[in-house]
Design a protein around this ligand. Sequence first.
Ligand code: UT7
Length: 333
Amino acid sequence: MSRSAVLVGIGSFLPPRVVSNADLVARLDTTDEWIWARTGIAQRYYADPGMATSDLAVGAGAAALKSAGESTVDTVVVATTTPDRPCPGTAPLVASRLGLTGAAAFDVNAVCTGFLYGLATGAGLIAGGSADRVLVIGAETFSSILDPADRTTSAIFGDGAGAVVLRAGTADEPGAIGRCDLGSDGEGYDMITVRAGGSRSRLAATSPEPGDHYFTMAGREVFWRAVQRMSDSCRAVLEQAKMTTEDVDWLVGHQANQRILNRLADNLGIPRERCVSNIAAVGNTAAASIPLALDHVCAAGLLRPGHRVLLTAFGGGLTWGSTVLTWPALARG
Ligand code: UT7
């Protein structure tokens, strides 16, 4: 049987401050009814100034290592849109704070698809023999880039981190990471973006247009693309695995909006009750969304060994990705 990456540990971490819909209503022109009806979100978590993405990533990474019973890995991948600094990557800092100095460590940025890109990268390093154990973390401090005056993005996004440990095994083991379907469409580059601060709009040379250093999203346009791309990507990965939606016990989609998750489930013909959702409690945590949802549903005892899980995400870039795996027996950190 061929060498493959196998998922052997999971963990997550949320910052302490809960921001309810009522907290947003107190400072923005919005209502609890609108947010709940249009997104399915009741609350989200914010890291207060002083707490950064690496702090959340270390919390999730430590929990995943404990769950795997591992004290060391040889590679750390951090998927994030909100690194501690533009340079260097956040992963080397996270590795060193976890006692993993010397490990290969780098960031992946595919916005809300980041965790699946990171998972595919880590699994590929293992399958190719360059690594034996990889820690893949999705971590975001999205509140640090939100425009406090933008009621739409403020209603959706929150902070958090989730992580998994992969180790070398074989493709027939539970937890084996098979083919990942990944894609992008840069024509939608402007639809989910922070305009200023990179090499195109240089902070040092020009003063950015007001608001250009904040995150923006063309929500309505993104909505339909998210549904379509995740549906197509799920079908592609299932076909490659010679599976149908009937074989899927749990659909774990990127927690962007409950209405997107509902449409995705309906499109695929998967009953909505088999579509994992923790969006009411945590909102949209971008690259952290999938491992956070997996950890929460695992903790709730719903996701059990032997269940077949279809993972799918869509995000800025535009990017998308999916994979399917058989859930392994895991201790939780
Ligand atoms: O995570 C990566 C990918 N991201 C996504 O997949 C997110 C995709 N998009 C969405 O989830 C939804 O498009 C949003 C939640 C962002 C917006 O929901 P929508 O139902 O598409 O609303 P809309 O943008 O079409 O706006 C409808 C109305 C507008 O008012 P008018 O122009 O009809 O008078 C908005 O100004 O709702 C208004 N609105 C709000 N009203 C109260 C927008 N945000 C709010 C708000 N409270 N927070």
